[in-house]
Unconditional design. Structure first.
Length: 460
């Protein structure tokens, strides 16, 4: 699976660590809950079994000899009330019963005329020593039972019972406390792990910031000490940065050689054109050589800019350049009859070389001055990672087909106006070299609106 198709948790190291930690915490807390519940169940059952064994021991100690059979003519025993110890309260579940040779010879007073179901003499011998036997007693009451077979010539069996709620109620009360405690423990562990993950990944955030400074030209390499786990990555990044720097140095040498190789024949052409007799051909040759010189200088500047690290290392404030160009056009050029209004925030900058910005804005403003009637509006604003510059005039505007034509090199819609038709295509090309764009469309007043999108410098 490609990284772009992974879910967020798969693409985020922080999310993966937090998710795996959360799963581990939940599983651990659930397991601890089951273990604690089992231990508590055993403890409560052992406590109830001890209480019943103590009751049986008292009964056996109080009646060392076989107890006398209950007199059937004595009538029913006294029915106890709701007060008193549990084994004296009616329907409390805390009962006892003594059997001899399969006959019930004595019962606890709170049983009244009821008797407990008969059990096998060896029922209490099966299972662990503290085993409790489940039993349904009088009135469908759920009981737990402990038994003890007494030695002697007759088979005597002492039975003591407790209500099942004696086990269930403490477990139920403790379960809420355990759940609340484990829940708070889970929340605390989750918060602690979140802080730990944030602390552990903080070197990556610092490394990212350092790389951004290297990209912006504020650092030459990553020279901050890194954790042992990141040192190998840092060494590789520094090696890559050094390799790129060497490639850029070689590119600068090639650019210098290219400039020398182009300028020499161009100077020869210019000299030959200067020797021509005055006339239309001489002017045409001189105009073409000047155009070639501008184009060569433009591309050499772009090559030098890339060789120096690209547009990310550039930072040019827009307003002074627009003000200078507007003032020059209003004073000397076609803008002397126009009003050039400007709405540009102070400090708004683009990641573009100053000369390239002047060439793009100069081409757009010159084009607007040659077609506007009275007004040109220049507006600039920041839009996420780009700066948007719009230049609108109140001239006749262009249709969709005409817009496509004027963006082609050498295309001119009006042959009566001066120029060679390269201004707008050059502007579009420069903008694209910086990762921006130039779009032309008709504005609300019917004139032409040029929208120039240029990259903004990184905010560090």
């Amino acid at each position: 699976m490609r990284p772009a198709n992974l879910p967020f948790a798969g693409r985020s190291l922080r999310a993966r660590l937090l998710a795996s930690a959360a799963i581990f915490i939940v599983l651990a807390i659930v397991a601890i809950g089951f273990v604690m519940n089992d231990l508590l169940d055993r403890f409560v059952r052992a406590d109830v079994a001890n209480r019943l064994d103590l009751r049986i021991a008292r009964l056996v100690g109080d009646a060392p000899a076989p107890p006398r059979q209950r007199d059937a003519d004595a009538g029913p025993p006294r029915r106890p009330g709701a007060e008193g110890p549990p084994d004296e309260r009616e329907a409390s579940g805390w009962y006892w019963q003594i059997e001899e040779d399969g006959r019930v010879v004595a019962t606890s007073p709170n049983l009244g005329n009821e008797v407990l179901p008969r059990l096998s003499p060896d029922a209490g011998r099966r299972g662990p020593p503290d085993r409790l036997i489940d039993l349904v007693g009088p009135k469908e009451q759920r009981l737990v039972v402990r038994t003890r077979a007494l030695p002697g010539p007759s088979a005597r069996l002492v039975v003591a019972t407790a209500p099942a709620t004696a086990i269930e109620a403490p477990l139920r009360d403790a379960a809420l406390t355990i759940a609340l405690t484990l829940g708070l423990l889970g929340v605390g562990l989750g918060a602690a792990i979140a802080l730990q993950v944030r602390f552990a990944l903080s070197p990556l955030d610092r490394l990212r910031g350092t790389l951004a400074e290297v990209r912006a030209g504020r650092r030459e390499r990553i020279d901050e000490p890194q954790p042992v786990e990141l040192q190998a990555l840092t060494d590789e990044l520094n090696a890559l940065i050094a390799h790129d720097a060497e490639v850029l140095r070689q590119a600068r040498r090639h650019v210098a050689n290219l400039g020398h190789g182009l300028k020499t024949p161009l100077a020869t052409l210019s000299a030959q054109a200067a020797r021509l007799p005055d006339g239309p051909m001489k002017r045409e040759w001189q105009s073409l050589t000047e155009l070639m010189d501008r184009r060569i200088r433009h591309h050499l500047r772009r090559a030098r800019s890339v060789a120096q690290g690209g547009p990310a290392r550039q930072r040019t404030v827009v307003k002074p350049h627009v003000d200078d160009l507007a003032a020059m056009l209003e004073k000397f050029g076609a803008g002397s009859r126009l009003t050039i209004s400007r709405a540009i925030p102070d400090g708004l900058a683009v990641a573009v070389d100053g000369d390239d910005l002047d060439e793009m804005l100069g081409n757009l403003l010159d084009n607007g001055c040659r077609h506007a009637k009275t007004t040109i509006e220049v507006v600039a604003s920041r839009s996420e990672r780009f700066v948007r510059i719009t230049i609108a005039d109140d001239g006749p505007g262009l249709g969709p087909e005409e817009i496509d034509r004027v963006l082609k090199p050498g295309a001119r819609l009006d042959e009566t106006l001066p120029g060679h038709g390269f201004g707008l295509p050059i502007t579009s090309e420069i903008a694209e070299l910086y990762g921006g764009s130039l779009r032309l469309r008709r504005n609300d007043t019917g004139g032409l609106l040029a929208e120039l999108m240029l990259p903004a410098p990184p905010d560090l």
